[in-house]
Design a protein around this ligand. Structure first.
Ligand SMILES: Nc1ncnc2c1ncn2[C@@H]1O[C@H](COP(=O)(O)OP(=O)(O)OP(=O)(O)O)[C@@H](O)[C@H]1O
Ligand SMILES: [Mg+2]
Length: 507
């Protein structure tokens, strides 16, 4: 039985996987040894997730084999992988929203003899794992109430509760706060003394801090293998993209436009019933990027949703171009010219079963692409194809379901739709989450272009570097209040960090 097998080496040989019109993995060979950390990097759509899904038995390779300790294995489902102690934390979380954290974790832990689960023992196991690794989760919270970051933490706890000794982590830090990321990296580094890890990330400082080896994928092929210690992050970046990546930054003069979004004393409840926004104030001017820094869970999600008509406000005002828009319908807000890049790309950003083409025109119900209730298909196809090209959405064509795209490419579909509709204002929540470095830089340039055309932008992010590079002014949100508003030139990481922790020197 494989149950207690210690994995001395997991080796992939000549793995090839095709999807209709896509060669996702092309003759990939690599290996991971005991207590070794392999970083798997590469641009969006390079084949990283697909390869890991093959290791987990979720997909079957068309060609090639997998070996554990030199013995050929063939996994038909994740259960087979679990039997060897291989567990994966997925890029797109796979929890059941209307069940609690405890129930979700228990789902994978049924007693194979009795087909039952003793919830109190699962609760105990969760407590042990969270204590041991310092991963805090609330077992009784419903998953639908959790932020993406919290859900990712639950996934990790779940995988560890199942007894994984070989961890596959697909962009585990993309939804974590910088502090959480630092903590997770330290934690994983410690865990790597007991476990083997395959770690996928677009952030090369993490790759550098954590991994022993790095493999770079491009268009489904391994184009580089090396020891991480021998290369600097910028050398890895150059190997990955084939060129130097410049950082886009806002060097233009401060704008003197009029206020276009004014938020006054806004009170909005969270899903859990407390005041997530508790007298929040903010203004954004025409042609200005206001960065909203803060640790996620301090009201950012509720703010973005309230502005876009998705969440009811209790009191206060949202004034857009002089008109009150609080509690307007989402469609009403869209018609006013608001663009929105939401946090949850798969549920709020796209309709996964619809094609790229349909997702691109999702918000244009105003006759731009239809006449007498009939869609102008030729025009739509032309438009969607143009965007697919200019935003480099990696897909065989525009007719594939958006849900089948790689994580970063789904994000590009949303960005293309929202940016190219020429919004009057844009609310961006973590806009570059999951994007590779080249794509992130491209999007940052587009945001700066929009700003220069006079569009106001509210940039909600936890990446202080992103906020400081792009913003004209920066606000810090803490417990539903705007702690402080400052000129971006005055901001430093330290200053923002202190404000994000709730300390305000003017208190
Ligand atoms: N189930 C599927 N059906 C069809 N095509 C798929 C499917 N899964 C992945 N693909 C395609 O395979 C290619 C590789 O995707 P994959 O998700 O492995 O990329 P990735 O390297 O993980 O990218 P990202 O950094 O954006 O997450 C993409 O072109 C993607 O559209
Ligand atoms: Mg992926």
């Amino acid at each position: 039985m494989p149950n207690n097998t210690v994995i001395e080496e997991l080796r992939l040989e000549h793995i090839t996987k095709r999807f209709p019109g896509v060669l996702a993995c092309d003759d990939i060979s690599l290996s991971v040894g005991k207590h070794e950390v392999l970083a798997l990097v590469g641009e969006n759509g390079a084949g990283k997730t697909t390869l890991m899904n093959i290791v987990m038995g979720l997909y079957q390779a068309d060609e090639g084999s997998m070996f554990i300790n030199g013995e050929k294995v063939s996994f038909k489902s994740p259960n087979d992988a679990f039997a060897y102690g291989i567990g994966m934390v997925h890029q797109q979380y796979m929890l059941v929203p209307n069940m609690t954290v405890l129930e979700n974790i228990a789902l994978g832990m049924k007693d194979s003899w009795h087909f039952t689960v003793d919830l109190s023992s699962v609760r105990k196991r969760i407590e042990e794992i969270s204590d041991h690794y310092g991963l805090k989760v609330d077992p009784d919270a419903f998953v639908w109430q959790l932020s993406v970051g919290e859900q990712q933490r639950v996934e990790l706890v779940k995988t560890l509760c199942l007894g994984a000794k070989f961890l596959i982590l697909d962009e585990p830090t993309s939804a974590l706060t910088p502090q959480e990321t630092d903590e997770l990296i330290v934690l994983l580094k410690n865990m790597s003394r007991e476990l083997s890890i395959i770690f996928i990330s677009h952030k090369l400082n993490e790759v550098k801090a954590l991994s022993d080896k790095v493999s770079i994928l491009r268009h489904g092929r391994v184009v580089f293998n090396g020891r991480t210690a021998d290369y600097s992050p910028s050398e890895i970046a150059a190997l990955m993209t084939g060129h130097e990546v410049e950082i886009a930054s806002n060097n233009s003069e401060k704008t003197k436009g009029k206020d276009v979004l004014v938020i006054e004393n806004l009170v909005v409840k969270s899903d859990r019933g407390f005041n997530a926004l508790d007298g929040f104030n903010l203004t954004v001017k025409e042609g200005e990027i206001v960065g909203l820094a803060g640790v996620s869970g301090n009201g950012q999600r509720e703010l973005a949703e309230a502005i876009n008509g998705i969440r009811k406000t209790e009191s206060g005002k949202i004034i857009f171009y002089g008109e009150e828009i609080q509690n307007l319908t989402p469609n009403g807000v869209i018609k006013k010219g608001m663009g929105y890049i939401p946090e949850e790309r798969n549920t709020e950003g796209i309709v996964p079963s619809m094609s790229i083409k349909e997702n691109i025109i999702l918000k244009d119900s105003d006759g731009r692409f239809s006449s007498h209730h009939i869609l102008k298909n030729k025009e739509i196809e032309k438009y969607a194809s143009t965007l697919r090209e200019s935003y480099d959405i990696r897909s065989p064509h525009i007719f594939v379901a958006a849900g089948s795209l790689s994580g970063g490419n789904i994000q590009k579909v949303i960005l293309a739709r929202e940016i190219d509709r020429n919004p009057k204002f844009l609310v961006c929540v973590y806009p570059i989450r999951g994007l590779d470095m080249g794509a992130a830089e491209f999007i940052h340039r587009l945001l700066l272009d929009l700003r220069n055309k006079g569009v106001g932008i509210l940039l909600i992010s936890e990446e202080l570097e992103e906020i400081m590079n792009l913003s004209d002014r920066i606000a810090v949100i803490f417990k539903g209040k705007n702690q402080k508003m400052m000129d971006a030139k005055e901001a430093t990481t330290d200053k923002l960090g202190i404000l994000m922790a709730g300390v305000n020197d003017e208190d």
